[in-house]
Design a protein around this ligand. Structure first.
Ligand SMILES: [Zn+2]
Length: 81
């Protein structure tokens, strides 16, 4: 993936890679998986998502690039969710 560098697995130091699959809501989702111990992140969804903020309810569109960027940050910073 362009410009995305993934750190080694936090559990076994194996190399990680991005897999593309189906999101929870039927769209495209991405995960990062360890090639050795098969640790895997939760799915990061691409596509249209509904978000709630102070201004109410609105829809945002997450591009594939954005989904992968978020996912790589999550993996690289070891966030549990
Ligand atoms: Zn691992």
């Amino acid at each position: 993936m362009n410009g995305i560098s993934l750190k080694k697995c936090p559990f076994c130091s194996g190399s990680a890679y991005i897999i593309k699959g189906h999101g929870i809501y039927g769209g495209i989702g991405y995960q990062i998986k360890c090639s050795r111990c098969e640790a895997v992140t939760p799915i990061e969804e691409a596509g249209t998502q509904s978000v709630v903020n102070a201004n109410g309810f609105r829809e945002i569109n997450i591009s594939d690039v954005e989904a992968i960027r978020r996912l790589s940050i999550r993996w690289n910073t070891r966030q549990p969710t």
